[in-house]
Design a binder for this molecule. Structure first.
Ligand SMILES: CC(C)(COP(=O)(O)OP(=O)(O)OC[C@H]1O[C@@H](n2cnc3c(N)ncnc32)[C@H](O)[C@@H]1OP(=O)(O)O)[C@@H](O)C(=O)NCCC(=O)NCCS
Length: 142
């Protein structure tokens, strides 16, 4: 888990990864950085923003800067995040991913997420969201 990240650096990575239209701005991240229920895992170049809700957590967003994609960073980040969440007694982790996002879907499947529902036409571009979850256990924190 990272404490010393800047909202501007997170926004720069997010816009590089998602594109200028879809990427979040520094103001979006600044709000989360002061929210005690929000955690940032990873680094400014590869991070996940997670919101805690009792025994559940939600991955709000996750991005790797295009300059360093495909080096296993997101896999390592996500596995570390799930270990940390299991250690603080989170039992289930949820996320939404576009059905067109083959890279992210492969990443999430590799890290133990399975789809449980579909939200048709969920995103602005008309693509559907797949709702995924990972069930954590005490063993996940080992
Ligand atoms: C999805 C994303 C976070 C992956 O980050 P990354 O650090 O490159 O991921 P990893 O290197 O750990 O790759 C994990 C696996 O994901 C899949 N993957 C990653 N990038 C891929 C690509 N461009 N095409 C196809 N599969 C890809 C592969 O299965 C990969 O494993 P492999 O390299 O051993 O084949 C990154 O591509 C990204 O930021 N994308 C834009 C933002 C986004 O879609 N975020 C998720 C929203 S839900």
């Amino acid at each position: 888990m990272t404490a010393d990240v800047s909202s501007h650096a997170l926004a720069a990575t997010h816009k590089a990864a998602f594109g200028r239209q879809e990427g979040w701005g520094a103001g979006d991240f600044a709000g989360y950085l002061t929210d005690p229920k929000a955690l940032v895992f990873g680094t400014e170049l590869c991070f996940a923003l997670v919101r805690l809700a009792g025994p559940e957590a939600e991955i709000l967003t996750l991005a790797t800067h295009p300059d360093v994609q495909r080096h296993g960073r997101a896999t390592t980040l996500l596995r570390n995040a799930l270990r940390h969440l299991a250690a603080v007694n989170v039992q289930e982790v949820f996320l939404d991913v576009s059905d067109q996002n083959t890279a992210a879907r492969a990443l999430y499947a590799r890290c133990g997420f399975t789809g449980f529902s579909i939200r048709p036409n969920y995103y602005k571009n008309g693509t559907s969201a797949i709702c995924m979850k990972a069930v954590l256990s005490a063993a996940s924190s080992d």
